[in-house]
Design a protein around this ligand. Structure first.
Ligand SMILES: Nc1ncnc2c1ncn2[C@@H]1O[C@H](COP(=O)(O)OP(=O)(O)OP(=O)(O)O)[C@@H](O)[C@H]1O
Length: 280
């Protein structure tokens, strides 16, 4: 990334220089990462789960976390919205800067911070309520009371995940009337309704059939225009299909990262070469 020095030079501060700087600052902002992780360590009394993770996650891209089982992918995702706080045995240190704010600092408003991030798990976790109420849930939590606004958001977000035509005539039906693939898309719609900037997806297609998997993959390709997606997957072909940037982890460390063609087709380290041949 282009580096700029912001030294104050009063004699040079003509209008054209200021304009040029403004353009450069705007350019830099566009390229600047939405998330920057600096020296992140997660440990238990048994040892380290994440070791000195340094990672910049660019805006509006799909970043894939790849690596063998137990290498720390889910822990890294959980650190990003401080779900690690829920596990007293985990000691977390380092910086996670999201939109310029270090979320690791004391006194952060975790509820507001977590609203920036939609979380999609391996299996859908719908609420035991109707299809409509599932999507409306987050809006009501946010204090939105207008039925018109809520109905509009339910429709928009169900359309966004390609579910509207399938459910529009049965919005009051329980979620259990939906297939697992449909439930996963419903959970995505529920997350999108509260307008996150980032989607954290932990093997979101591992419980889905190939058709539902394809629908979710295509959705992710569209959604990245508006969201930054961090995706954990074990499926190398999925990584190749979706990733703009691949991060390969091994025993809590980042071993290699880069463009998928670089990482998956021309690996540099022996560990990654072996992983690509043997898998887990
Ligand atoms: N709360 C915890 N307490 C103790 N150890 C933990 C805790 N959470 C995770 N671990 C350990 O940290 C390591 C990394 O776990 P994590 O779930 O992040 O790996 P992963 O790469 O996502 O694995 P998988 O691909 O199998 O889901 C594992 O050895 C796991 O047992």
């Amino acid at each position: 990334m282009k580096q700029m020095a912001f030294t104050y030079q009063p004699n040079l501060l003509s209008e054209s220089v200021t304009m040029e700087n403004q353009t450069e600052v705007a350019e830099m902002k566009k390229d600047s990462p939405i998330i920057e992780i600096k020296n992140l360590n997660v440990k238990t009394s048994e040892g380290k789960i994440l070791k000195d993770i340094n990672l910049k996650i660019p805006k509006n891209k799909i970043v894939v976390l790849l690596g063998p089982s137990g290498c720390g992918k889910t822990t890294l995702l959980k650190s990003l919205n401080r779900l690690t706080d829920l596990y007293k045995e985990l000691k977390v240190s380092g910086q996670i800067i999201i939109d310029g704010q270090d979320i690791m600092k004391a006194g952060q408003n975790l509820a507001v911070m977590r609203q920036k991030m939609g979380l999609l798990s391996q299996r859908p976790f719908p609420l035991p309520a109707s299809i409509y109420k599932n999507v409306a849930y987050g809006l009501k939590l946010k204090g939105i009371r207008s039925k018109k606004l809520i109905s509009h958001s339910v429709e928009t977000n169900l359309k966004r995940v390609g579910l509207w035509n399938e459910v529009k005539d049965r919005l009051k039906s329980p979620v259990t009337s939906l297939s697992i693939g449909q439930q996963q898309r419903l959970c995505l719609a529920r997350g999108l309704a509260v307008k996150p900037a980032i989607i954290l997806a932990d093997e979101p297609t591992s419980a889905l059939d190939p058709i539902s998997t394809k629908i979710i993959e295509n959705l992710f390709k569209e959604l990245k225009q508006h969201y930054t997606i961090i995706l954990v997957t074990h499926v190398l072909r999925q990584a190749l299909r979706l990733a703009d940037h691949v991060v390969f982890m091994y025993y809590g460390e980042i071993i290699e990262q880069g463009h998928p063609d670089e990482i998956l087709k021309n690996p540099k380290t022996a560990i990654l070469k072996k992983y690509l041949v043997d898998g887990n």
